[in-house]
Design a binder for this molecule. Sequence first.
Ligand SMILES: [Ca+2]
Length: 210
Amino acid sequence: MSTHRAYPLIAVGVLLVLTLWRPAPAVTAPDPTPARWAVFLPLLEKAPPATATPTSTRTATPTRTATTTRTATVTRTATATRTATATPTGDGTPSPTPVRGDVRIVPACSQPDPPGDDRDFLAEEYLCLENGGALGASLAGWRVRDAASNEYTFPALVLASGGRVRLRTGAGADTATDLYWGRGSAVWNNDGDTAYLYDAAGRLMDEWGY
Ligand SMILES: [Ca+2]
């Protein structure tokens, strides 16, 4: 490119520079005031904001309603009505019907062969009964029979639990522990016999052979 042909381009460039160029604004001296208070700025900046309103609205409302209603209703009704009517006098106390084994013959306390001649000691010849049941036993209407079918019928008597009664062969006045057959001769053979015990219904409740 020749120098002459470059003149228009240079002229356009100068115009563009003149058009776009603006004088720089006047530089004003910075205000020295902030520099003097600059030492206090850190203090001011560290000051807590005046509008620090703690709005912690914790509404802790512990509404514990202890409703443990323990209703321990232990109603022990001890209704153990054991009617152990231990009536040693043996008069008038009602009792359930004894079962077999409740009232039995007790050989250990029986005496079929008393000392001496039986005919002279009929009251000392006796059969012994015992109530081994838990309740009293009414012996009214019960019977004792030997092997020869001699028979005795019991009067109204309640034999208490654990109680014993002797049935004596001879005559005498009945008591709660001793009954009298009223015989004029011996009934229990000394050389061996069998005693049978029946209840009022005729059921064999016990027997003893010796
Ligand atoms: Ca005898």
